[in-house]
Design a protein around this ligand. Sequence first.
Ligand code: GLP
Length: 241
Amino acid sequence: MRIYKMKNYEEMSRKAAIIIAAQLTLKPDSVLGLATGSTPVGAYRRLAEMHAEGGLDFSRAATINLDEYRGLAPDDRQSYRYFMQVNLFDHINIGGGRTNVPNGLAEDAAKECHRYDGVIASFGGIDMQLLGIGQNGHIGFNEPGTAFKKDTHCVDLTESTIEANRRFFGPGEDVPKQAYTMGIGSIMGARRILLLVSGREKAGIIRESLLGPITPAVPASVLQLHGDVILVGDEPALSLI
Ligand code: GLP
């Protein structure tokens, strides 16, 4: 694992964008696995700037997002599809047909999971998977449990994740209780993983994930078994490792 300890959120975002841009430059038809949450927003902003100012080219790339809330439409302001459009896709030259997010409105959850695994397979897997980490160690929406789930699945979100994500919702708005997420198998199948972590409140879980036992109780701990992980964090998040 390569670890970059950056001064603050801005520096972390800049470094992450440079690494993603390098990936795209070396392999313009890269399949990028993307994440939502507040952590990657700065990196997405920087990538959009690199596209506008330096012509960073996404035209041959494809993207596959980690997860989506079940029950939310693509144009719902709280959906991860909407998040990706607003934070990245609308600002770069990538065709809609080359961006993939699970369909939150699919009627049959099992079919949607199967479809999404087919999407991942049809692109030949993921070249670089961007990841954030939840406060309980979840990656994507792979919540702590008793077994690692390999493929895309529909999860019941834990109370702590529902609470943590409430900050994105308005007063009175319900946070969805279920979500689709790529499985641990697909994440671990990515040829390279770029893990971003920011803030003092993530310091404990990042320590546990990287230095503690490998266990489904801390889903991110499985990353210890991946041969090519780049961790970019800010000083507060990496203060305990
Ligand atoms: C959500 C997403 C995760 C993300 C996590 C952390 O639960 N499904 O992919 O890593 O939140 O979010 P944040 O970066 O806002 O701390």
